[in-house]
Write a protein that binds this ligand. Structure first.
Ligand code: ZN
Ligand code: ZN
Ligand code: FE
Length: 759
């Protein structure tokens, strides 16, 4: 029996703009015989619906189930409304939007409907730039708001009649799809031979030929060029490695589908969901067996992603291999190439062939990288597919520019209560990367109509981001590095109260001028008190220790066992030059160029070197990564640690490790016991601080928490002891998250009247 028609107001919150949500609602309304209207507002969309209750239920069901993949519905609330007797359904113009609604969608992986269309729509048969309102490029092509075709790099392409008709048809999936294109009117791939471009409709055939015959190809992707080759061909992968000067660092791979992932890797349900998500990050998966040795170089994980551009899907149909190396198109440490000329200049020679396309990339975006710990995503590099989605703070951060850190830099700008984090920028010490930073700041400022009125930066005197910030000549507040780490994680979870903050990382400038990085603090957004920290050690040669972890190992031995440690005869000393050892010992004895550091990363380095796992490091954080990879699963043992004053002292642990080595305990077991020790320190100190202060919320941040084993274990044992644990998920725990922490601290200080608020 039909119920009587009534009027409803529906508030749907938490959408992403620019993913075709209103046309989608329109189509669902038509399908279910709903009269009324839909409009955008500051928090999402509002629907006025007139229908009977069965129609209403079906409509709401459809809205939830069939929503565009990149939309994100957080709440749907329905209220009774005044009957107005509408006879049709319409999309209201969104004229009254405030400046706060400036959301730009990230780039979206090609959707399944488009992949199907690519096989049946005559004007898009095999067309590798197919897209719709639910998928395709967004951030990478936008120049300014509002988001329409003229303000993107699609502007030079004039729509053909067929595309125009689809674009104008509200019932079509491509209604107002700004990058709409087809074979007749859209972008095309080109082969770049000797700097000359030759357009082609057969990009995937040509690419397949090149790759099948063992070549390295530079290929223009969504947010930058990639270098691509067969991942199962050891010779070509190691050639790529040599040419790219990427000696030790693992490279990511792309596979055609989830079934292939199950064949090669251990894949949990959460990992499978993440691999398939429209954001398509690189997901770090555990290997079932080694691919070509040069892919992961003895590490037990590989960065894996599924196809996200139509050309990827077309390509895999023609390839002999089902695993491709897909790594950023750059020389080590430089930003990924986006301009076709630059790509030719820099990549020809690394690559045997270059395949570009004639649409510009305006905003560079590397592939994002994530891993799953305790069934939850933990992002490591936040870029394509994620940026520029804002992070909502509960604080007004309008006008704040947070400059970020130095090594894996991102910056952030504040609009209203939303923090917009930049894409992953990289290591600012590289000159090219520093110009990318400046360019990205320009482009973000233009895109979001941002004018800074307050600056937050790291208190490190030499960070290039801090120097850039100070040079803007606006009031600047300096934020201690590890306080920013903790604040970043607090901001991610909307915490604004005192917490137990544990920041473990490699290095950061401490308030006392020494290097910090094994920090246990009581912190809120206004300040922090350093309660406990890892016993500082001298770093002979300063920064050089990151490349030569054996120096730090030597320093720990010297510190804890004095000049006689050589009687303990650790094996790793046989791996390094005795003359160099003597030099380092001299530096330690005379305390020359030996800055003190409490960095957790250095402790991991030292143990990795001591056990012979990684005395010399070829890339950032190699030693901790190899140490983690060595862990023997299921081992419960741990070492002894002393708490002396504020110092967490590892003398006993080093003694026990040396003794284990003497008794031929495997490095796998030593590594497990070491990691268990650090987790137990986290628990023990948290308990001390809870007893002292009554605080039960523990916030974990810093690059050391990218360690799957350590983070996984720390979360579990803290929760067993009734702590509430907060660890990063949407924001990197490494220095890529620092800008968000700086932003939150600056916003809180301003709202508390602790700094002058400009007009
Ligand atoms: Zn699509
Ligand atoms: Zn067309
Ligand atoms: Fe850090």
């Amino acid at each position: 029996m039909q119920t009587e028609a009534q009027a409803f107001i529906i508030h749907i919150k938490g959408l992403v703009q620019g993913v075709g949500f209103r046309p989608f609602v329109y189509r669902m309304a038509l399908k279910n015989n709903i009269k009324g209207w839909v409009e955008n507002n500051n928090e999402g969309v509002t629907v006025h619906a007139e229908c009977n209750s069965e129609e209403m239920n079906r409509f709401l069901n459809d809205v939830r189930k069939l929503a565009p993949q990149a939309s994100n519905i957080t709440t749907v609330a329905t209220y009774p409304a005044q009957w107005a007797g509408f006879t049709d359904f319409s999309i209201q113009k969104s004229g009254n939007l405030s400046d706060a609604v400036t959301e730009v969608s990230p780039d979206i992986a090609v959707c399944n409907d488009c992949l199907e269309d690519m096989e049946k729509q005559p004007h898009r048969l095999g067309y590798p730039f197919i897209n719709c309102t639910h998928c395709g490029p967004r951030f990478s092509i936008i120049r300014e708001l509002p988001y329409d075709r003229q303000s993107t790099t699609m502007a030079p392409f004039v729509m053909c009649a067929a595309c125009k008709a689809e674009y104008a048809d509200i019932l079509d999936r491509r209604f107002h799809a700004q990058p709409i294109a087809c074979r007749n009117c859209g972008p095309k791939y080109f082969i770049n031979e000797h700097g000359k471009n030759e357009l082609t409709d057969k990009a995937s055939d040509i690419l397949a030929d090149w790759i099948n015959s063992g070549n390295i190809v530079a290929m223009k992707g969504m947010g930058g060029y990639h270098l691509v080759c067969d991942a199962l061909d050891e010779a070509v992968v190691s050639r790529l490695r040599n040419r790219k000067k990427r000696e030790g660092k693992p490279v990511a791979v792309m596979i055609p589908d989830i079934e292939t992932a199950y064949n090669y890797f251990e894949v949990s349900e959460a990992e499978a969901d993440l691999l398939r998500s429209w954001r398509r990050p690189i997901v770090l998966l555990r290997n079932k067996f080694d691919l070509a040795h040069s892919v992961s170089l003895g590490l037990n994980t590989t960065g894996v992603m599924l196809p996200y551009m139509p050309v990827h899907t077309l390509l895999f149909k023609k390839l002999k291999t089902n695993v491709l190396v897909v790594t950023s198109g750059n020389l080590s440490d430089e930003p990924v190439a986006i301009d076709d000329d630059v790509a030719y200049e820099r990549l020809y020679g690394i690559a045997d062939h270059i395949m570009g396309y004639n649409r510009e990339i305006n905003n560079r975006a590397d592939d994002s990288v994530s891993l799953v710990v305790n069934e939850k995503e933990r992002i490591i590099r936040r870029s394509r597919g994620y940026v520029p989605s804002p992070i909502s703070l509960s604080l007004d951060c309008e006008g704040i520019f947070a400059a970020g850190a130095e090594l894996v830099n991102t910056f952030a700008i504040g609009k209203g209560t939303q923090a917009m984090l930049s894409q992953h920028i990289g290591d600012l010490k590289n000159a090219e990367t520093l110009s990318f930073y400046e360019e990205a700041f320009e482009r973000f400022s233009n895109l979001f109509r941002f004018r800074p009125s307050l600056i937050a930066c790291d208190s490190h005197p030499d960070y290039l981001s801090s120097q850039f910030a100070r040079n803007l000549g606006i009031q600047t507040i300096e934020v201690q590095h590890h306080h920013a780490h903790i604040a970043a994680c607090m901001a991610e979870y909307g915490l604004d109260e005192p917490v137990i903050g544990i920041a473990l990382d490699g290095t950061g400038y401490g308030s006392d001028g020494t290097i910090w990085g094994g920090e246990f603090m009581i912190a809120d957004l206004l300040g922090f008190e350093r309660k406990y920290f890892f016993d500082p050690v001298p770093l002979p040669g300063g920064d050089r220790v990151t490349e030569e972890p054996w120096r730090t190992a030597l320093s720990y031995l010297y510190k804890y066992f004095g000049p006689d440690f050589s009687g303990k005869d650790p094996m790793f000393l046989k791996l390094t030059d005795p003359l160099k050892q003597e030099l380092i010992l001299q530096m330690l004895r005379s305390n020359m160029n030996c800055p003190l550091s409490s960095g957790a990363g250095r402790l991991f380095d030292a143990v990795a070197a001591l056990t012979g796992i990684c005395p010399v490091s070829l890339f950032h954080a190699e030693a901790p990564m190899r140490l983690e990879a060595a862990i023997k699963p299921g081992c419960k043992g741990k070492y002894h640690v002393d708490y002396i004053g504020k110092h967490i002292v590892f003398q006993a642990m080093f003694h026990q490790i040396l003794s284990d080595m003497e008794h031929h305990v495997s490095t796998a077991e030593i590594s497990a016991k070491f990691h268990n020790t650090i987790a137990s320190v986290i628990l023990a100190v948290s308990k001390k601080l809870r007893e002292e202060t009554g605080i039960t919320k523990v916030v974990l941040s810093g690059g050391s928490f990218q360690n799957r084993y350590l983070l996984g274990l720390a979360e579990v044992i803290l929760r067993e002891q009734k702590f509430s644990v907060f660890a990063h998920s949407k924001i990197p725990s490494n220095d890529g998250g620092i800008s968000l922490g700086q932003m939150a601290i600056a916003a809180k200080r301003r709202s508390s009247g602790l700094i002058y608020k400009p007009f």
